[in-house]
Design a protein around this ligand. Sequence first.
Ligand code: ADP
Length: 357
Amino acid sequence: MAMLELRGVSKSYADTPVLRSVDLSVEPGELMFLLGPSGCGKSTLLRIVAGLIRQDSGSIVLNGRDVSGLPPEARDTPMVFQNYALWPHLDVAGNIEFGLKLRKLPREEIAKTTREMLSVVGMTEFAKRKVNELSGGQQQRVALARALALRGSILLLDEPLSNLDARLRDLMRSEIRRICKERGLTALYVTHDRREALSVGDRIAVMKVGGILQLGTPRTLYRRPATKFAAAFLGDADFLDAKCLASDGDGAVFETAAGKLRVKLDDQPVKPEPNAPYTLMFHPEAVHVDAPETAPNAIPCVVRDEVFLGETTVLTLESSGVTLHASEGAAPERIPGASIFCAVPPDAFTILPPETR
Ligand code: ADP
């Protein structure tokens, strides 16, 4: 049985639909991400699960219990907010204890759970510290510990790392995944940061205004996005307009402005028909720069620009008026204006229907 089941959840604000009949199922122990641009309805969906916003229609089933009409306190859905929402007048331990006291748990159990949670988030030595005397990262840990202490059916996280600097964000990502996995927690996590979703999530629901566009594991979504929007949101990507010339069981040949390209067909979202138009997507790290002229899908290019980023170098290349991008690790300096061949391996393309945005 799913830990969370959303069925046909809809919500409009002043006649503008934000969510149109959203279905989603989260399995026990799963870290499910809602990923999408600002304003697409992620937080609204999360708050509907928490009971903080009432859906216009549809139902929310938590651990087999229909909670659609219940208030937040009756739902068992602890939440971690973007701004932490800690109690400023309480110390660290006081913040963690707060919800447990409201539940009128025995004193010894509260003390034991609080000690355990402080240890889980590595904050034991800060138990008596006022929360406004903590760094952002430490406050975030307290907010997480406070939510974890409540042992809900599902942990809800609303952009919990967006107020942290980049280094701390990287650290907390793996911490959150470790803590959730060690404790077998189910979580629904909202972010607009693809790296967060790709690195922490078991599955990701890519959202666009109106609802969920595509659902899958990080690797599947990154490799085989179903639309241009999903591809561009999950990573850097180039798109080529293409016409299918021929297709057999194993591969297909496409005519593009960059020449004829062969595409492997094994796990494509679309089965190409000869003479029909498509869009071919590929990620820049799949491109082999300075490939031999005889390599499969070798494309003659001129180097237009080079951006050195340390661990990678991003090249802008031009081929017959088409702009392509390639990223290389440990690359030699490329001279703008130089003519080279680059090659995109046949299995690096994803075939998309042309009309997808
Ligand atoms: P996200 O979390 O993806 O950034 P939200 O769920 O916060 O998006 O918002 C989705 C859309 O609903 C946005 O266009 C936002 O402006 C609108 N919205 C959110 N809350 C309200 C509200 N209380 N009243 C009117 N519009 C709202």
